[in-house]
Design a protein around this ligand. Structure first.
Ligand code: ATP
Length: 241
């Protein structure tokens, strides 16, 4: 299992707006890396480029040394959770996953395995439109796990999860990293990140403010929150109020 994620000199413009500016960092196998930043900092833009959903204006986002579009077996290499379940409301969870598995040449047994893994074994025949926000997140995660990928990339994965769900996803991600997989998750929830991250990447205004091992990035600060506010422009704006 590898799944090294390498972001190198990534730049993204929307018209004259520079949304990402020379963004570089790594997410390593065997570690949980948290990608932390205030609203609009550029987290989703970076992850969308990494997952081949958008083009960079410059630089590279590589998975095992390849851009997403060059991966031979994308779902077996990298699983992602971006905006909720990604399934049509009228579909059942099982239909959705079966369709995904078929489209990617994955064995059908994986559908039951992932439904079980995310705690939706009893909801496989429920239409996605009737799912709670938390169930939707679980289904999105089931899709991410379908190909048994080495890397997991999750945008705000705890959104909509209750405390039990948050504990559960934390254990799942730890287990993935413990088995040698890579976990990259974006969040703006400091407490969540402090609980789970081995490594931190802090982004603000489209630039990397700090990156590295959790204890290195937070060295000299009482808490992660103190480090975050000191290192980001959002913190400076907040303090100026
Ligand atoms: N298609 C687009 N056209 C113009 N600007 C865009 C587009 N997509 C994103 N942006 C801008 O890029 C910046 C970064 O957005 P992005 O969604 O990557 O931030 P984020 O860190 O994920 O924030 P959040 O936590 O709010 O999701 C924002 O200022 C956003 O308005």
């Amino acid at each position: 299992m590898n799944g090294m994620l390498r972001i190198e000199g990534l730049t993204k413009r929307h018209g004259s707006r520079l949304v990402l500016s020379d963004v570089s960092f790594r997410a390593q196998p065997g570690r949980v890396t948290a990608f932390l930043g205030p609203n609009g900092a550029g987290k989703s833009s970076t992850l969308r480029i990494l997952l081949g959903l958008d083009h960079p204006s410059g630089g590279h986002a590589l998975i095992d040394g390849q851009p997403y579009r060059r991966l031979r077996e994308p779902l077996r290499t990298i699983g992602s959770l971006l905006d909720g379940p990604g399934a049509h409301r009228s579909r059942t969870a099982r239909n959705h996953l079966t369709w995904l598995a078929r489209a990617s040449g994955l064995p059908k047994r994986r559908v039951d395995e992932v439904l079980e893994r995310v705690g939706l074994a009893d909801a496989g025949r429920t239409r996605v439109g009737r799912f709670s926000l938390g169930m939707g997140q679980r289904l999105g995660l089931a899709a991410a796990l379908l190909g048994e990928p080495s890397a997991l990339v999750l945008d705000e994965p705890v959104n909509g999860l209750d405390p039990g769900g948050i504990r559960w996803i934390r254990a799942l991600l730890r287990e993935h990293a413990g088995a040698g997989g890579t976990v990259l998750l974006s969040s703006h929830l400091m407490s969540e990140v402090a609980e789970i991250a081995d490594d931190l990447v802090i982004i603000a205004g489209g630039r990397i403010a700090s990156a590295g091992r959790f204890d290195k990035v937070t060295a000299g600060y009482a808490t992660l929150e103190d480090a975050f506010f000191a290192l980001t422009a959002a913190g400076r704006a907040e303090e100026a109020r």
